[in-house]
Design a protein around this ligand. Structure first.
Ligand SMILES: *Cc1c(COP(=O)(O)O)cnc(C)c1O
Length: 212
């Protein structure tokens, strides 16, 4: 796939999204050598990953869901990459947790490219101010951007916007593309694709009624 669009295979990394799946589903992937996983809830990750990591060292865990500042310390303790910084309050909480713990996860800013009111992420026009806040008021180094395009729109303009913003602010990582559009995202410059159901199958079977 990478070669088809002139990208080298090691320029794109698969983040295998294991949310809503338990150890019995994840273990075969670990056994097959997959090392990079994404989870969208701190609590769920905390329940699953310490045991799996004890069995399979060298796992890289990405937080891809919205973060509350009261969970920042747990997130910093658990995740290697936090993709969802989207406001100064979260940046400050992560900064404090990193100083306290000495841990230094990689950090991305989530951009709400579709400016959807219900969706997490900083508005594109406010990205510059958030990056300045991180640079001037915290020790955080932001490595990349992440987006989740609106479900009812073509993804390509959103991927193009994220790519343009990453160039403008000289950020190297671009986390975009999910099961339905990861090929397009790779074509448009993604360095991380977050793929769940295309690997694990349908998540709806796995979700308990309270989380729907
Ligand atoms: C669930 C999720 C994914 C994976 O979605 P699929 O369509 O199952 O591949 C990717 N990114 C985020 C932020 C998610 O919450």
């Amino acid at each position: 796939m990478c070669r088809d669009v002139g990208r080298s295979e090691n320029s794109v990394e698969l983040v295998c999204v294991s949310k809503n799946f338990g150890a019995e589903d994840i273990l075969p992937l670990l056994a097959a050598g997959q090392k990079v996983f994404g989870e969208n809830r701190v609590q769920e990750a905390k329940e699953k990953w310490p045991q799996l990591r004890a069995l399979y060292p060298g796992i890289t865990l990405h937080l891809i869901g919205p973060l509350q500042s009261n969970k920042a310390a747990e997130a910093v303790a658990l995740f290697d990459v936090i993709e969802t910084i989207d406001r100064p309050k979260i940046a400050a909480a992560i900064d404090a947790a990193m100083r306290e713990s000495g841990k230094t996860p990689q950090l991305y800013v989530q951009v709400n490219t579709g400016e959807e009111p219900q969706k997490a992420g900083v508005a594109p026009r406010e990205l510059g101010a958030l990056l300045s806040f991180c640079r001037e008021r915290t020790l955080l180094e932001i490595d990349g951007l992440m987006c989740i395009p609106p479900v009812d729109q073509l993804a390509s303009p959103h991927f193009a916007l994220l790519n343009q913003l990453a160039r403008e602010f000289q950020l190297k990582e671009l986390s975009m593309g999910m099961s339905d559009d990861f090929e397009l995202a790779i074509q448009m410059g993604a360095t991380k694709v977050r793929v769940g159901s295309a690997i694990f199958g349908d998540r709806r079977m796995k979700i308990s009624p309270t989380t729907i």
